[in-house]
Write a protein that binds this ligand. Sequence first.
Ligand code: NAG
Ligand code: NAG
Ligand code: NAG
Ligand code: NAG
Ligand code: NAG
Ligand code: NAG
Ligand code: NAG
Ligand code: NAG
Ligand code: NAG
Ligand code: NAG
Length: 344
Amino acid sequence: MDNKPEYTQTENVVDKPRKRGCAGHCAKFWWAYLIAVIVIVVIVVPVILLVAVPKIAQEKLDHAELILDSIKMTDSRAQNFTMSINTEIKSDGKVKARIEPFEGVMYLEDVPEHKPFARVQFPETNSDKSQTVNVTQFTAIDDMAAFTQFNTWLLHNDTFRVTVKGDTKVHVKGIARAYPVTFKKTIDMPGLRLLKGTQVYNTTVDPKANATAGINNFFGTVRIPNYSKVSFELGNVSFHNYLLDKEIGTVYLDNLSLKPGDDNVYPMRATITDLGSVTGLVIEKPYCDKENGVLPFKLRGKTVVNKGENLTYIADALATGNQTVYIDIRGTVKRSMGLDLGCV
Ligand SMILES: *[C@@H]1O[C@H](CO)[C@@H](O)[C@H](O)[C@H]1NC(C)=O
Ligand SMILES: *[C@@H]1O[C@H](CO)[C@@H](O)[C@H](O)[C@H]1NC(C)=O
Ligand SMILES: *[C@@H]1O[C@H](CO)[C@@H](O)[C@H](O)[C@H]1NC(C)=O
Ligand SMILES: *[C@@H]1O[C@H](CO)[C@@H](O)[C@H](O)[C@H]1NC(C)=O
Ligand SMILES: *[C@@H]1O[C@H](CO)[C@@H](O)[C@H](O)[C@H]1NC(C)=O
Ligand SMILES: *[C@@H]1O[C@H](CO)[C@@H](O)[C@H](O)[C@H]1NC(C)=O
Ligand SMILES: *[C@@H]1O[C@H](CO)[C@@H](O)[C@H](O)[C@H]1NC(C)=O
Ligand SMILES: *[C@@H]1O[C@H](CO)[C@@H](O)[C@H](O)[C@H]1NC(C)=O
Ligand SMILES: *[C@@H]1O[C@H](CO)[C@@H](O)[C@H](O)[C@H]1NC(C)=O
Ligand SMILES: CC(=O)N[C@H]1CO[C@H](CO)[C@@H](O)[C@@H]1O
């Protein structure tokens, strides 16, 4: 009976729909339900799968935290090196997902060009609350200027910001398709603070050695603090040595590797070609009285040669700043020659 005049009654539906029982209504308007189901299947499900899930996946990734434990640079060559980067990724762990391996670029966040200075191959990760991600990889230096700038900032600053960014895909548990997401994290990195606090002690001088002929005439022990989380293999490093704005010689540190912490202790040697300036100044006021025979020397990077290759990306960075070190010259002369220097 209900099935008979279908089209004639459709006009009334709008006016008095409540009067009908569900059985009749449902059977009569099966096509409306079909359309609704089709709409859900065709539009709502894809909207969830294509818009909502990827949005949630991206949001979860955006809220995850990247913690830098350490960066190690070994086997440093002119155009490449081995980088070990140890990190931890933390998230709320609520969505079970797998993130495909990807290549992330690293750049200085506060340099507008955002030119990558290195590329890191991240392995596959998941959405666990906490996971360690350690990467050791060969790293070619693609952009020497950008990498030198990174090293310069690392040397100068107390802290600076580095961004790691890469496109990858996330596989959410229970959903077959993979969603494209962007991994982008900015980390605050502690810098080397221009190696402030470098100490030179245990110094001796050999006034008979001919420094002009390249023979070392000054020796000591140097202790270099490393406030950063970066370890470097530098190799043989030389520095311009200044005394009151005058260049007086060259300082050498051999087989240098800097690691985080303050126990970077190395023998130091130098060719001080102008020893006369040094001994002349130490007997003048205020150095001979107020300063107790201690002179302020300045060191500025000159060359960095590792296994015969010039590491310009470190040398150029070290050349951009002077590090002041205080050396007890009166004590040095006393220890080496038995002379007591006073004021003139
Ligand atoms: C790394 O750089 C050195 C020169 O600095 C080069 O001889 C060597 O072939 C490079 N290694 C690779 C794998 O490209
Ligand atoms: C990652 O490196 C850290 C040191 O920074 C070490 O303690 C940890 O065991 C390493 N984890 C893995 C999985 O290699
Ligand atoms: C880091 O040091 C460089 C070189 O001295 C300087 O130009 C830059 O502004 C510093 N950046 C920050 C964030 O301190
Ligand atoms: C002092 O310097 C000499 C070389 O000049 C070195 O043999 C010795 O180990 C140094 N001592 C310390 C405590 O650094
Ligand atoms: C030191 O060496 C330089 C260059 O080799 C030479 O010209 C100079 O005469 C030497 N001085 C002494 C005192 O031997
Ligand atoms: C380092 O000090 C020397 C001597 O005072 C000076 O000539 C030079 O310009 C300084 N360099 C930098 C980068 O500060
Ligand atoms: C530096 O290392 C090389 C090889 O590793 C070694 O032959 C040389 O004696 C070392 N030099 C110093 C000053 O430690
Ligand atoms: C540093 O120089 C010394 C002497 O020239 C050399 O024996 C050594 O291998 C060099 N070290 C490095 C790391 O290049
Ligand atoms: C390294 O640089 C010095 C100048 O600073 C240059 O004399 C030397 O030839 C360079 N060595 C190499 C291998 O490029
Ligand atoms: C990570 C680390 O060990 N940092 C050290 C770097 O050097 C300074 C000065 O020696 C120390 O205070 C830091 O603890």
